[in-house]
Design a protein around this ligand. Structure first.
Ligand SMILES: [Zn+2]
Length: 476
């Protein structure tokens, strides 16, 4: 049930001005640390890790048990055992450091879609994630984690030379901002967006759904004329096509991309179409701001607040320049639900050389989500392009299944591959998915598109072993 009280909280304005001061002090702290050079960044990271580990082993029953053989002093990162999402979610109530936070409590909160971005227990922001690993997770953020995240974004904007663009947008377009995302659930991006909007009611912003047909999104954007547009690279790419064709008439001063791999070529095409730069961010539900893109095409890790360790299948370090099998993440900002040497699952490459842009923070590239945009023929012969994230969201929400693959092998046909072995469950998942996909396609003016169940299971990428959920098989 929705809670109107949560939105008229009399403490909200006080809390938001306090958050403003905290943000300012965190932003200047980040600036001073980084200005002092890599040694100061290393010292900040080491100090924060030691404090987080000490706190976790005192207040989290899970970590106390996991660290029983780890010396209390002088332990390095390598001495700490690796943790996985499955294991942490199984032990949720032991994992968190605040005993008032419980799995039952967060599940009930998450089940209410009216409360996206509201505060759980009056002090935490919650979001859930599925990811292509298929392991559902619920993440609890404390006030300091959120402040650090906001401050990191500000610091990175400065470093990437985008601050002037930001100021232009505030002046010329009243700071109007649009987020185009999967909006119906407690996902990290939309929950943070709602949180910012509640804390900053003067900041104009709108949230649009990736499920909307493209012509409707274009009409809404034209009417709103935003200064900033934030979305997935595939969405910005579709909008760039609309802009180039003259149907989209917005003139944003800055774009923000996240959630998927942004290829250099795609980046150039989007920036050319809009004549403005893209701020590219690498984050996860476990740590919202991990790294930020530079002009040389790399992502610079916020190494004072996050630790990334590229590893092979056996969690041994991968050398710079080589793609890793996975990466271990430590989020130094969030103490309510410590994420320490956590198997994130992404494949990354660390730049072995100093970055051409001059930023001394470690530079990486991320394999990231690389699903295809699907171009389907409508009944009247026109082409309708669909966002891969919209298609995969339809199937996930209808079935609860995360290991699936949608393959386009003809201009008007999609095949669904399901990794469900049990015959009854497979039939139920197929019926639910087919019904939801047909509804979605009808909404996109594509009632003519056929959907069939493929008897083969989803295939993974030969090199990385990763699953792509939406694949457009190239027409021969
Ligand atoms: Zn760089």
């Amino acid at each position: 049930m929705g809670s109107p009280a949560a939105r008229t909280d009399p403490w909200e304005s006080l809390r938001s001005s306090m958050a403003g001061w905290n943000w300012l002090s965190r932003t200047s702290e980040i600036w001073w640390t980084r200005s002092a050079g890599p040694a100061m960044v290393d010292a900040a990271r080491r100090g924060r890790l030691a404090a987080l580990v000490a706190f976790a082993r005192t207040h989290s029953a899970f970590y106390r048990e996991a660290y029983c053989d780890v010396p209390a002093r002088g332990a390095g990162t390598d001495d700490l055992p690796v943790v996985t999402k499955r294991r942490l979610m199984e032990r949720f109530d032991d994992w968190v450091t605040d005993p008032e936070v419980t799995r039952a409590g967060v599940d009930a909160f998450i089940a209410d879609r009216e409360r996206i971005g509201d505060r759980y227990l009056g002090r935490y922001v919650l979001w859930k994630s599925s990811g292509t690993t298929g392991e559902p997770g619920v993440f609890v953020q404390d006030a300091d984690a959120l402040t650090v995240c906001d401050a990191l974004i500000t610091a990175q904007f400065e470093a990437a030379g985008l601050a002037q663009r930001f100021a232009q947008g505030m002046v010329a377009h009243g700071g109007r901002a649009v987020l185009i995302a999967a909006t119906g659930e407690h996902f990290a991006t939309v929950a943070s967006w709602r949180r910012l909007r509640v804390g900053n009611p003067w900041l104009g912003s709108r949230c649009l759904s990736v499920m909307e047909p493209l012509p409707r999104l274009v009409a809404e954007l034209n009417a709103y004329q935003p200064a900033f547009v934030a979305s997935y690279p595939t969405m910005l790419f579709l909008l760039a096509g609309e802009k180039a064709a003259g149907r989209l008439t917005i003139a944003p001063t800055c774009l923000w991309a996240g959630g998927e791999y942004l290829a250099p070529k795609t980046r150039l095409e989007i920036e050319r179409a809009f004549d403005c730069p893209i701020a590219n961010e690498y984050g996860a539900s476990e740590c919202m701001s991990i790294a930020f893109g530079c002009r040389a095409g790399w992502l610079h890790v916020n190494a004072d607040w996050a630790i990334l360790e590229p590893v092979d299948r056996d969690y041994r370090p991968t050398s710079a320049g080589k793609p890793s099998h996975s990466v271990l993440l430590t989020n130094l900002a969030n103490w309510v639900q410590p994420v320490i040497r956590y198997d994130l699952g992404d494949s990354i490459v660390v730049n072995p050389d100093p970055c051409a842009c001059g930023n001394p923070l470690p530079a990486i590239q991320v394999e990231g989500r690389r699903d295809d945009i699907v171009a389907l023929s409508a009944g009247d012969g026109s082409i309708v392009r669909l966002l891969p994230l919209a298609l995969s969201t339809v199937v996930e929400e209808a079935t609860g299944v995360h290991r699936f693959q949608i393959v386009q092998d003809a201009p008007d046909r999609l095949r669904l591959r399901l990794a469900v072995v049990d015959a009854g469950a497979r039939k139920a998942a197929w019926q639910a998915a087919a019904g939801a996909l047909r509804d979605y396609l009808r909404h996109q003016a594509l009632p003519n598109v056929r959907i069939t169940l493929d008897r083969h299971p989803p295939t993974t990428e030969p090199r990385s072993g990763k699953l792509r959920q939406v694949v457009a098989a190239r027409a021969s």
